[in-house]
Design a protein around this ligand. Sequence first.
Ligand SMILES: [Fe+2]
Ligand SMILES: [Fe+2]
Length: 377
Amino acid sequence: MTDQMRSTEQIIGRADINDLEAIMAVYNADWDEAMHAVHSNYDTVFTWDYDKGQRPKLDKLYEKAKKAQWNAQTDLPWDTPVDQEAVVVANAVASGGFQHETMDLSHTPLAKWGDKEWLDFGVQSQNWTLSQFMHGEQGALVCTAKIVESVPWIDAKYYASTQVMDEARHVEVFSKYLDDKLSGHYPINSHLRLLLDDIIADSRWDLTYLGMQIMVEGLALAAFGFLHQMTTEPLLKQLLRYVMSDESRHVAFGVLSLQEYYQQLSAAELRERQEFAFEAAVRMRDRFLQQEVWDHMGVDPKAVAPLLLEIPERQMFQTMLFSKIVPNCKKLGLLDAADGWLRTKFTELGVIAFEDWTDTGEEYDSLQATGEVAAAS
Ligand SMILES: [Fe+2]
Ligand SMILES: [Fe+2]
């Protein structure tokens, strides 16, 4: 096992997870790129075992998903007027004011900023956030199509096919919201793109699940939940509620599928999965520095990044994003396998405290029991 273990530097390209210079060096300047091809190298698997319901929990999820379909064009009130600037101000008020009001910015490039710049920053930040959601949803669309091809179980192929449809709808709603209600798209953040590329290029079917259903969608579920609670804009609120009701099913799909598979893996194989989970966690955290927004505002991201890291609300938000991922990794046995390597890494990232929160498998069962999951359908 020793020869296979990789150092932090080999896994994420830098020895110190908080090395800002190295994080900022990963940057996507190509705003005009229209296409991005990733070579993947995996087996497409046919199964001749068509016995439906061999995995009863996946089968139940599939039956549920068929009933929970909704139409992005007709089920949402798209005629709701959205005044983006007013929404930015209202959201800031709702979350206790603009963060900069309580900070000493006198020796920073932001010292000269007035209300106009901060408002513009809020608008750009929203365009960026929703753009990254849209790109992430396309990642989910592509990854789940790959799962349909590569997973060996019929119940999982059936379920994944419904998720492909769900993800198409998610790309559609975020894209429409950006076009109709906001004021500009951002290209995909490079840290997110690196992660999606790694998930798609890997030849092992379970790593698609781990990267997408457990890590990316686990984080999305927490982020959508946070935004759903915070936003004062009724259309976005409803849109997020619909998307979240699908996402909790997707994350449950990942947990249910991998739980069985990971029980039979060796410690060395589990260690590779731990490294992949750690890499994904770091990439997702890195993207929250919003480099592209600062660049758009004419401010060197390197000059403001250290400040951003010190804002307590921001630290809390970033930590909360891991509130689904950590308990789900625990449920899969990934925290403590291979001498607890991932436990150590999640401790370094400051997110281990979530380990005993409810995992999404259980959460999905209890939501179903109360009828919450079907609420959007
Ligand atoms: Fe999605
Ligand atoms: Fe999803």
